[in-house]
Design a protein around this ligand. Structure first.
Ligand SMILES: Cc1ncc(C[n+]2csc(CCOP(=O)(O)OP(=O)(O)O)c2C)c(N)n1
Length: 553
């Protein structure tokens, strides 16, 4: 058979089972779009390539499968870079196809030429510049293998215009690689680790998104329950462990629970599962679990001992490790330690909304949302105080229901990621919690929402400021407020209405919580402006650079 490079791309994406592509066309990828015109793949026109990248991320983060986005050369590709870098830091499988000027023009500063290959090397797991249509037959399966296997991540395929047009003859379609992460584990190290766990008096499990990526949620619960081990999550691990489980101590780190940070500090053994010792989670690394022996299990070799020297490690898929280690683990009651953990939890009760206070208190709003929406609702956030309040307070009961930019902390993530989640799960409710700073960074995607009409509610925590910046200035920069308080206050509800989206402004409502509940019940897209007290701070908090046991608030 004979196909052009563009046909190879679209036909292979169909064969891979890709159903939705987010992107924006331009002269360097119009041949690709011409073929997409006749495809069963749905194209979602974003209004900014960063939006397209985050829409793809929303699909990938909520499903665990690779998602695809398209951008043209030059500014299309550079606009995509933040979303790609974000996917790299949070290990999200996104495959981005960028148009490029013709191979004969590369290096001539041609119109909309940029070295996408060079620019994306540091922010991808891998990237390709396709030099011929025949190359694409190898590159595409390889790109998906790299994006989805081991530790997932983004891959860029840069495709020059002439490669999209070039015809190539071949006998059969290449197949996509089977993903196999099930390599065995050395049985000696396994039994040594098992006896360390069995013999420890004060063990704790610190887990990260690796539990979700390896689909190990039930094995994690089995291990914790069998040996009676307290469990603590990172920001990105939320949802993988039952938030109401007696062994669960919540999130660790800068805005974690006091008791999670306290118990980690008292532990004699830390089992770090798919957790990369991010500085927002560990605080001052040298003081982090300084009384414990550390066992680290991670699928990415480069993460082993990267931040903190560990006493033992296993480089493996967490699922394989847990399946192999659980049979070697004793049934331990360990009541002294779990009793102590429970007592600390009691002594340092979790944050609550003030009982008779502000109806718009962020924690009250989050409680109200959690009580109203179905359990399988997918929540996205932007970055700032609202993100931390949601992470701390929303009871995430399932994996992949909390989509947030953890590693890169990218304002502007929330709205397009919510669109992607809604596209991937048309039957489910999606809620985006945003801040008035972050929302403006990808506000143009309201147009995409108006077109796609997903079951999506945007809740704007509007405090008239870059709240998390203002909080840091208040606490750590001697109240020298600069560039954190907004002078202008846009009427966001009116703006959203202007985009064609049903909007509510709770500031103007007599019974705001009833209006909030009603809006959340709607199956069409809604925008809800919520006035948040300007001086509200997120507590507790570990001062940047401090040890986790030093928590203020
Ligand atoms: C793209 C980007 N620019 C700057 C920052 C630094 N930053 C972190 S939080 C924050 C304030 C966020 O304000 P807003 O979205 O209104 O949320 P709030 O903290 O008020 O809830 C800023 C500027 C960032 N994380 N991302």
């Amino acid at each position: 058979m004979k196909h052009t490079g563009a046909e190879i791309i679209i036909r292979m994406l169909e064969r891979k089972g890709i159903e939705v592509i987010a992107g924006i066309p331009g002269s360097a990828n119009l041949t690709l779009y011409k073929v997409l015109h006749g495809s069963k793949i749905k194209h979602v026109l974003a209004r900014h390539e960063q939006g397209a990248g985050f829409i793809a991320q929303g699909m990938a983060r909520s499903t665990g499968k690779a998602a695809v986005c398209f951008a043209t050369s030059g500014p299309g590709a550079t606009n995509l870079i933040t979303a790609i870098a974000d996917a790299k830091l949070d290990s999200v499988p996104v495959v981005a196809f960028t148009g490029q000027v013709a191979t004969t023009m590369i290096g001539t500063d041609a119109f909309q030429e940029i070295d996408t290959y060079g620019l994306t090397i540091p922010v991808t797991r891998h990237n390709f510049l396709a030099r011929s249509a025949a190359d694409l037959l190898e590159i595409i399966p390889e790109a998906f293998r790299i994006a989805e296997s081991g530790r997932p991540g983004p891959v860029v395929i840069d495709v020059p215009r002439d490669v999209q047009l070039q015809e190539v003859e071949f006998d059969e379609w290449p197949s996509f690689h089977e993903i196999n992460t099930k390599d065995g584990i050395d049985s000696n190290s396994l039994s040594e680790i098992a006896s360390e766990i069995n013999n420890s008096l004060r063990p704790v499990i610190l887990y990260g998104a690796g539990i979700i990526e390896s689909r190990s949620e039930s094995l994690l619960a089995e291990l914790a329950e069998k040996n009676n081990i307290p469990v603590i999550s990172t920001l990105r691990g939320l949802g993988a462990f039952d938030p109401f489980h007696p062994l669960y101590l919540g999130m660790m780190g800068m805005h974690g629970t006091k008791y999670a940070n306290h118990i980690t500090d008292q532990a004699d053994l830390v089992l770090a599962l798919g957790f990369r010792f991010d500085d927002r989670a560990t605080g001052k690394a040298s003081d982090f679990c300084s009384n414990a022996r550390i066992i680290q299990v991670d699928i990415d070799k480069t993460e082993i001992g990267k931040i903190k020297a560990v006493h033992r490690h296993i480089h493996a898929d967490i699922n394989v490790f847990l399946e192999a280690v659980i049979p070697l683990i004793d049934r331990d009651q360990r009541t002294e330690w779990t009793g102590r953990a429970a007592a600390v939890k009691e002594l340092m009760p979790y944050i609550k909304a003030p009982l008779n206070g502000d109806v718009f208190h962020p924690l009250r709003i989050i409680d109200e949302v959690a009580a109203t929406v179905p359990e399988d609702t997918i929540d996205t956030t932007d970055v700032g105080q609202h993100q931390m309040w949601v992470a701390m307070k929303f009871p995430f009961r399932r994996s992949r229901t909390f989509l947030t930019s953890g590693g890169l902390g990218t304002m502007g993530f929330g709205v397009p990621a919510a669109i992607g989640a809604a596209l991937a799960w048309p039957g489910r409710k999606v809620v985006c919690f945003s801040g008035d700073g972050s929302f403006l960074m990808n506000i143009q995607e309201l147009a995409t929402i108006a077109e796609q009409k997903p079951n999506l509610a945007i809740l704007l925590f509007n405090n008239g400021s870059l709240g998390l910046v203002r909080q840091q200035q208040e606490l750590f920069y001697e109240k020298k407020y600069i560039a954190s308080e907004f002078q202008s206050r846009p009427d966001f509800a009116m703006i959203a209405r202007g985009f064609g989206i049903k909007s509510f402004d709770l500031e103007k409502e007599k019974d705001p919580l009833a209006v909030l509940r009603g809006a959340l019940d709607s199956e069409e897209p809604v925008f809800i402006n919520i006035p948040i007290n300007f001086s509200e701070n997120v507590f507790p908090m570990v001062p940047p650079g401090s040890a986790n046991k030093i928590m203020i608030g």
